[in-house]
Design a protein around this ligand. Structure first.
Ligand code: CAA
Length: 260
């Protein structure tokens, strides 16, 4: 499918999805959100894709937020519907069986930070600035940010970021555990591709089940989470990939996984 606002490049099992509207700093309007939903759905079904990198076009921004010009005239009902549309994209990323890495190359604000937080982990460039400026617009984060940020870094730091609306730089985002690593701007994509290639090279069934256990386990009590993990762990012993992975270890050769 052709997209007006997205670029998708796939090589060696890794798809790079770039939000490509740099004139508005890749702001998320309804059209971009709709395209993201379709593109991510297709990438999840595409057997040639083992991992996805999500980034923004241009040197300035990953995504500078939901589109303020579109939201400015919304009614309460339209605002609610727009929030649900954004949340659907975030939930889709979490439900995808393939890992999604956010490569945050500049501003990740509001809905942009929410998009990055929905990904499985975040790499950032030294140019990244992240924050939730919604309160400066008279609103609050609406694409899952209150939930995901507080779960990731704890309520106190999340409260500070969301209540003040202030941005933090890449160094502080790293110290606070929002991003996993920080790279020079011209290294960021290569480093994200390195991580994605490492994921694409291992048993993708194991990766998919681990993603499921982590994401769903976080919404359960610990005992239920352990029980859920044990059932997924058990199911993997019914796969060819488990037989192949362990045989390859014993025979001191590289495993050839078939995702069966
Ligand atoms: N929505 C719509 N347009 C946006 C935008 C956004 N979130 N962010 C930037 N733009 C547009 C600007 O309006 C400008 O367009 P024009 O040239 O037509 O005026 C263009 O992108 C370039 O932006 P600036 O000239 O402002 O660039 P700058 O370098 O001076 O500033 C910035 C960069 C600090 C990121 C600034 O653009 C900014 O503050 N943007 C808004 C950030 C924000 O508040 N995001 C949260 C949105 S609310 C939200 O996301 C709700 C939610 O949780 C779902």
């Amino acid at each position: 499918m052709e997209f007006k606002n997205l670029l998708i490049e796939t090589a060696d099992g890794v798809a790079t999805l770039t939000i490509n509207s740099p004139r508005t700093l890749n702001a998320l309007n309804s059209e971009v959100l709709g395209e993201l939903e379709c593109a991510l759905f297709e990438l999840n079904l595409n057997d040639a894709v083992k991992a996805v990198i999500l980034t923004g076009a241009g040197e300035k921004a990953f995504v500078a937020g939901a589109d303020i010009k579109e939201m400015a005239t919304m009614t309460a009902h339209e605002g609610h519907r727009f929030g649900l549309k954004g949340q659907r994209v975030m939930m889709l990323i979490e439900k995808m069986t393939k890992p999604v890495i956010a490569a945050v190359n500049g501003y990740a604000l509001g809905g942009g930070l929410e998009l990055a937080l929905a990904c499985d982990f975040i790499y950032a460039s030294t140019r990244a600035k992240v924050g939730f400026p919604e309160v400066t617009l008279g609103i609050m984060p609406g694409f899952g940010g209150t939930q995901n940020l507080a779960r990731l870094i704890g309520p106190n730091r999340a409260n500070e970021m969301i209540f003040t609306g202030k941005m933090i730089d890449a160094e502080k985002a790293l110290a606070w555990g929002i991003v996993n690593e920080v790279f020079a701007p011209d290294e960021l994509l290569a480093k994200a591709r390195e991580a994605a290639a490492a994921i694409a090279g291992v048993g993708t069934l194991g990766v998919a089940y681990a993603k499921d256990a982590i994401a769903n386990g976080l919404n359960m009590g610990k005992e239920d989470g352990f029980r859920y993990e044990a059932s997924l762990f058990g199911v993997l012993f019914a796969t060819d990939d488990q037989k192949e992975g362990m045989a390859a270890f014993v025979e001191k050769r590289k495993a050839v996984f078939t995702e069966k």
